[in-house]
Structures are given as structure tokens and as C-alpha cells.
Ligand binder design. Structure first.
Ligand SMILES: NC(=O)c1ccc[n+]([C@@H]2O[C@H](COP(=O)([O-])OP(=O)(O)OC[C@H]3O[C@@H](n4cnc5c(N)ncnc54)[C@H](OP(=O)(O)O)[C@@H]3O)[C@@H](O)[C@H]2O)c1
Length: 213
């Protein structure tokens, strides 16, 4: 699958590592394709990844992944151009600038705002609920960490669920895009446990079920 990842930071680089390992083709859509940061993200990926402008990256992609800071997401989408017919996976969290909480919630979500900024695209929320390092190396846990996926396009949802599996997660369909209103606070819980509660970043959420005899 041809995947454009908008942003080559922590999340973009981590997902690129996971997906190139699963033989997907990755192109980072970035403002500066030859910046030191972009080249550092490309270095471990070999020949299955490259970098381009946001619009060039999106043009040939089946799936477009948003891995930008929340405040930059609308501008990045505008620079990317038309997303009509694309699967868009929104990994962002609409964090307040001081990281104290979510700037959007309860009656809307970042995912739903993204859908409004990407008319004609099939928007899904996923890869926002755990730390970037877990996205690069999900298989190092004793149980597969969970990745909830929500979105309204039921026909295209299996594509995103499979990308979560390809990255080593237990992929769980959480419902319609509106469920981003729950998945974004779940990310806040992960951040709260990691930092104020001092668990550190080396943990992930998993879904466990009783043993059936
Ligand atoms: N870090 C995590 O563990 C984690 C986990 C789950 C979800 N998230 C969410 O994922 C998103 C990305 O987080 P991150 O930690 O990967 O951020 P990051 O390391 O700061 O990377 C952000 C990327 O976005 C690019 N960018 C910034 N402004 C842009 C613009 N106007 N147009 C296009 N590209 C732009 C940056 O490029 P430049 O180098 O050009 O600035 C950089 O490549 C955030 O919304 C965050 O809340 C993060």
C-alpha cells in the first residue's frame, strides 16, 4: 500500500518504521524534504521510503496519515490539496498549547474537525492513543497492545484495521468517527499516566478477555 505520512516527527517516523517493515511504501509529506530532521527519519527506512512536498506525497497515496501538531493540522491539510477518495488516518490529539488538556471535546473531536477540513475523504481516528515508540515497536509487549479505530466509512475501515495489525497492535473497531470524542481523552489518560503519574512512556493499553474453557 502507498502511504503518505504528513509529518516526519515522533509519530510519523515511528509509523514509517512499522509499515516499511510490513512492506508498505511510505512517503513523508513535509515542508522541507531535505531537512536534517526529515533525512534522520528516512535513514533507517531504506529504499521503501522517501520524502516530498505535502501535495506531491498525497497525490499518489492510497492512505494519508496525519502526524502533525494539532495547531498545524488544518494548514497541513490545506497544503496537501484534494483528499477526495483517500483514506485519511488522523493520529493527532487536539492538545491545548500548554498540554494541560484537550482543546476540543464532549460535543465534537479533533477527528470530526479533520473530517470537515478534508471534504470527500474517508477519515478515521487511530494511532493517537499510545506513545510513538509503541507504534514503532508494538510487538515487544507480552500481549498485543490495543489500537482502537473509529470512522464512518465501513467499506474502507478494514484498510485501517489492517494497518494497525501490520504495526503489531490488536486492532479494534470502536465505531463511528464520533467515537474520537472518547479516543482523544483516552490519549490524555495515557499522557497523564506517563507524566504527572510518573509511569514513564514505556507502557501501552491492552484489551484482555477471560480464558474460555
Ligand atoms: N509523540 C507521541 O508519542 C504521540 C502519540 C500519539 C499521538 N500524537 C499526536 O501526533 C501528532 C504528532 O506528534 P509528534 O510527537 O510526532 O510531533 P513532532 O515530533 O513535533 O512532529 C510533527 C511533524 O509535523 C510537521 N509540521 C509542523 N507544522 C507543520 C505544518 N504547518 N505543515 C506541515 N507539517 C508540519 C513537523 O515538521 P517540521 O520539522 O517542518 O516542523 C514534524 O515533521 C500530534 O498531534 C500529537 O498530539 C503524538
Amino acid at each position: 500500500m502507498k502511504i503518505a505520512i504528513l509529518g516526519a516527527g515522533n509519530v510519523g517516523a515511528a509509523l514509517a518504521r512499522a509499515w516499511t517493515r510490513s512492506n508498505h511504501e511510505v512517503v513523508f509529506g513535509v515542508r522541507e524534504p531535505s531537512s536534517a530532521k526529515t533525512l534522520a527519519a528516512l535513514k533507517p527506512l531504506g529504499t521503501s521510503a522517501r520524502a516530498a512536498s505535502l501535495a506531491d506525497a498525497v497525490r499518489g497515496a492510497d492512505v494519508v496519515v496525519l502526524a502533525t501538531p494539532w495547531d498545524a493540522t488544518q494548514a497541513a491539510l490545506a497544503a496537501a490539496g484534494s483528499l477526495v477518495g483517500k483514506v485519511v488516518v488522523d493520529c493527532t490529539n487536539p492538545l491545548k498549547s500548554d498540554l494541560s488538556g484537550l482543546a476540543v471535546g464532549h460535543t465534537s473531536s479533533g477527528g470530526e474537525l479533520v473530517a470537515g477540513w478534508a471534504p470527500g475523504a474517508s477519515v478515521f481516528k487511530a494511532f493517537n492513543q499510545t506513545g510513538a515508540e509503541n507504534m514503532a515497536a508494538a510487538t515487544r509487549f507480552a500481549a498485543a497492545p490495543v489500537m482502537f479505530v473509529c470512522g464512518d466509512d465501513e467499506a474502507k475501515k478494514p484498510v485501517v484495521l489492517q494497518l494497525a495489525r501490520d504495526a503489531g497492535f490488536e486492532a479494534v473497531d470502536a465505531g463511528k468517527l464520533q467515537i474520537a470524542r472518547l479516543l482523544e481523552p483516552l490519549a490524555m489518560l495515557w499522557i497523564h499516566l506517563a507524566y504527572p503519574m510518573k509511569h514513564g512512556r514505556d507502557f501501552a493499553f491492552a484489551l484482555v478477555r477471560p480464558v474460555r474453557g
